[in-house]
Design a binder for this molecule. Structure first.
Ligand code: DGY
Length: 322
């Protein structure tokens, strides 16, 4: 079976696929245009996909030979799942192995913003250490504050657990379903969306993104948040309206923002949000650890190998195909 991998992944995954006797193609120059990417996809049975290439109507129409897709990500918002289901194509993903790493980044952003770490680092790099000033650009402490989690699944749980253990934070969350484990172990309290935005001192997004949630966090939400609130997004940039976020930050409607994902992504160099002292922006590095990336390579390879043997993919975004 032919497998197209659009970018090099950790060796552990490649070795697994080779040992399973699969015929792998990885382009030498892996910075593919959409057109070139589609060309590779047309000539393969299965795809192990790194990045946000859109598996949309056009893709499914143009690549009728593709029978399975294993994503090198937990998120699958770039896949038209309805189309995949219509054509009986399993879509594998990589849950769990990146939950710790991604929640670490949410925790890092929260702390960086609360103490303005990235702003101060920029100053030091610019040779501007500054004098001791009792009132200059002060941070805020997180002890005993309230963390609001939007989407309390595996990554949200890890973030909530860290916040509880490190800072004794109270946990509230809004989700499609109740998370019994979080309620039992972290004393997390289920709240409505309105309560979440009105009560959170730190509001951290950990939900899967759906198109209907586009710009859900916009001016009308930011204006109802607490003035001391820190907004953290490590999920998908589409969740927030970045212009409204900027306005909320400069007008003091909210206190700060930590973003590992931006809207648009990548962020534009001249986005004024980058100039603010109460913001930290990272380039979507949630899963960028050796451990998480090795785990993702293993899970993606397991998915492809299972498919090649006529078995169900063990880590799947659309289990309804089976
Ligand atoms: C994921 O796995 O969904 C990460 O955001 C990387 O895309």
């Amino acid at each position: 079976m032919k497998v197209f991998i659009n970018k090099r992944i950790p060796e552990t995954g490649i070795t697994m696929l080779k040992e399973a006797g699969l015929e792998i193609t990885i382009p030498e120059n892996d910075d593919l245009s959409r057109e070139k990417w589609l060309q590779y996809c047309k000539n393969t049975d299965a795809i192990l996909n790194v990045g946000a290439n859109a598996f949309d109507h056009e893709f499914f129409d143009q690549c009728p030979n593709v029978k399975a897709i294993a994503l090198f990500s937990v998120g699958f918002d770039h896949v038209d799942i309805k189309e995949a289901n219509k054509r009986n194509i399993p879509i594998g993903n990589t849950p769990d192995v990146l939950s710790r790493a991604t929640s670490d980044v949410a925790f890092l952003l929260m702390q960086s913003v609360s103490r303005r770490a990235s702003f101060y680092f920029q100053k030091v790099k610019a040779g501007n250490w500054g004098n001791f000033d009792p009132l200059y650009e002060l941070g805020q402490e997180l002890y005993g504050k309230t963390l609001g989690v939007f989407g309390l699944g595996r990554i949200g749980f890890e973030m909530a657990e860290k916040c509880k253990k490190a800072f004794g934070m109270n946990i509230i969350y809004h989700n499609r379903n109740h998370n019994d484990e979080a309620e039992k172990e972290l004393d997390a309290k289920y709240v409505s969306f309105d309560e979440l935005i009105e009560q959170s001192d730190v509001l951290s997004i950990h939900a899967n993104f759906k198109p209907e949630q586009s710009n859900l966090f916009n001016a009308s939400v930011f204006e109802r948040m607490k003035k001391n609130a820190i907004f953290v997004n490590t999920a998908r940039g589409g969740f927030h309206d970045q212009k409204d976020l900027y306005q909320a930050l400069v007008s003091g409607q909210i206190w700060g923002a930590g973003l590992d994902v931006t809207n648009p992504e990548p962020i534009e160099d001249n986005d004024p949000i980058l100039q603010l002292s109460n913001v930290c922006v990272l380039p979507h590095i949630g899963s960028a650890t050796i451990e998480a990336r090795n785990g993702m390579a293993r899970l993606a390879a397991e998915n492809i190998i299972a498919f090649s043997k006529g078995e169900k993919m063990p880590h799947i975004a659309n289990p309804e195909v089976y």
